[in-house]
Design a protein around this ligand. Structure first.
Ligand SMILES: [Zn+2]
Length: 394
C-alpha cells in the first residue's frame, strides 16, 4: 500500500492502515472525524462492514458498496441472502435488479438504526458484481418513511408474473406525511393467469435506483474529458441506458421469458415495445439485463399483448398440457386489441445512437478468480484482492 501511495504521489492524501476496517470506522465516529467517502469493496460479501459504514460516513457523504456474492443475491441461496442482507432473494429474470434493491434495502435499514437514511445516486449491475453509490443523511422524521420505501415481491412459479407489496404506507397529510400499515396482499392464493403458487421474496428497496440529475452530470463530465478513462465507451453506454430506465417501475420482464411461457416465437423488441406504447403505457430497457421490458403496464396487459401475438403466430396447443401456464393463459380471450405496428418512439435513443450498451465478456473464463491465500509472508499474493486496487499502480 505504501509503495502504491508513493507511485501515485498521493502521500499527502492517503493514510494506509492494516486495522480491521470496522474498528477504523467505529473509531472515526468516536473521534468525530467522519469519512466523506467510504468505498467498500471486499472479497465476497460486504455485509459485515455495513453497520460500521452507515454511521461512519459524514452528513450527506458518499457510501459506495460492491457486492460480488451474486449467487447469493440472485436467488441461488435465498436463506443465505436473508442472513447477510435481511432479505430473501428470488431466482426471477429480474434477479440482477433485485440484487441492487436488496443491498439498498440492507443499507437503508442499517442506517435507520442511527436515525439515518440513504438516497441512491447510481446503482449498477455489471459483469459478475453489483455496485451502488448512495448518500447518507440524518433525520428522524425522514427515517419514518423508510418502511413505505420497501416492498415484498410475489413471484409466480408458473408464468413469472410479479407483484409488489409495500411494507408500509405513507399518506400526504397537510404539510407532512402520516405513516401506517400497508394493506394487502396484491395477489390471491394462486396466480390469476396460470393458477400456480407465488414465491415470496424481499423486502427490497422499491424507490428509484438512481438520481438522474447526478447521472447526467457524470455523463457531462465524461464528455468534457475525452480519453480520460479506458472504459469511456462502456460508461457512456451503460449510463445512457440508466437515464432511459423507468425510475418508478421496480423490476422487469424479459421478452424471451414472456414468449417462452406460452411457447410462441418471440416478437422483436421494437414490436413489443410498440404494442405497449400503442396501448398507452410507458416502457424502457434496463441496464441490468439485455432484453428487459420495464413497463408500467399491469401484467394483465402484458399477457393480453402476448395472446394477441399468439393469434398472429399460432402456438401448437395440442402439445401443451391442460394445466400448463401456456394453456391457461391462452384459454382466455384478450380484452385488448394489441397493435404491433412499429412506432418511431419505440426505439430507445441509446439503441438508435448505437452506443456500446451490453458489452460481451472480454475473454474466456472472465469473472471472479479464486480467493487470494493468506499467510504467505513476503509474497505479493498476500494482499492482492479481486480488484487489485491496493496493489496495482493505476
Ligand atoms: Zn402465473
Amino acid at each position: 500500500m505504501a509503495r502504491n501511495v508513493a507511485f501515485n504521489g498521493v502521500g499527502h492524501l492517503v493514510a494506509p492502515s492494516l486495522a480491521d476496517a470496522r474498528m477504523l470506522m467505529y473509531q472515526s465516529k468516536v473521534d468525530r472525524e467522519l469519512f466523506d467517502v467510504i468505498d467498500l469493496d471486499p472479497y465476497g460479501s460486504p455485509a459485515p462492514f455495513l453497520d460500521a459504514a452507515v454511521q461512519a460516513v459524514s452528513e450527506g457523504g458518499l457510501l459506495c458498496v460492491t457486492c460480488t456474492d451474486m449467487g447469493v443475491m440472485a436467488g441461488n441461496s435465498a436463506e443465505t441472502c436473508y442472513s447477510k442482507y435481511g432479505a430473501v432473494s428470488l431466482k426471477g429474470k429480474f434477479c440482477h435488479e433485485m440484487a441492487l434493491r436488496i443491498i439498498l434495502h440492507s443499507l437503508d435499514l442499517r442506517a435507520n438504526c442511527y436515525q439515518r437514511f440513504i438516497v441512491p445516486l447510481l446503482s449498477v449491475s455489471a459483469d459478475f458484481y453489483i455496485r451502488v453509490f448512495v448518500r447518507v443523511f440524518t433525520g428522524q422524521a425522514k427515517v419514518k418513511a423508510s418502511a413505505s420505501k420497501q416492498a415484498l415481491v410475489y413471484h409466480c412459479v408458473g408464468c413469472g408474473t410479479h407483484h409488489l407489496q409495500r411494507l408500509g404506507k405513507a399518506t400526504s397529510h397537510g404539510t407532512g406525511f402520516k405513516y401506517g400499515a400497508a394493506t394487502g396482499p396484491p395477489v390471491g392464493s394462486s396466480c390469476e393467469f396460470c393458477q400456480q403458487r407465488h414465491q415470496l421474496g424481499g423486502p427490497m428497496w422499491a424507490e428509484p435506483l438512481h438520481d438522474l440529475a447526478f447521472v447526467q452530470r457524470v455523463l457531462a463530465a465524461l464528455e468534457s474529458s475525452p480519453g480520460r478513462f479506458r472504459t469511456e465507451e462502456r460508461i457512456r453506454g451503460m449510463l445512457s441506458v440508466v437515464t432511459e430506465e423507468l425510475g418508478d417501475v421496480p423490476l422487469y420482464y424479459t421478452l424471451d421469458s414472456l414468449s417462452g411461457t406460452i411457447h410462441c416465437n418471440t416478437p422483436s423488441l421494437l414490436q413489443f415495445r410498440s404494442a405497449l406504447l400503442h396501448a398507452g403505457y410507458r416502457v424502457s430497457l434496463s441496464h441490468a439485463c439485455k432484453n428487459a421490458v420495464k413497463t408500467d403496464a399491469p401484467p394483465a396487459v402484458l399477457w393480453d399483448i402476448m395472446r394477441c401475438w399468439a393469434k398472429i403466430h399460432p402456438v401448437k396447443r395440442e402439445r401443451l398440457a391442460e394445466t400448463s401456464p401456456a394453456s391457461r393463459i391462452l384459454a382466455v380471450e384478450p380484452t385488448l386489441q394489441a397493435s404491433f405496428a412499429l412506432r418511431d418512439d419505440a426505439n430507445p435513443s441509446s439503441r438508435k445512437r448505437g452506443l456500446k450498451r451490453f458489452p460481451e465478456n472480454p475473454e474466456a473464463f472472465w469473472g471472479p478468480k479464486a480467493r487470494a491465500k493468506a499467510g504467505r509472508s513476503g509474497s505479493d499474493t498476500r494482499t492482492s484482492g479481486r480488484s487489485g486496487q491496493t496493489t496495482a499502480p493505476a
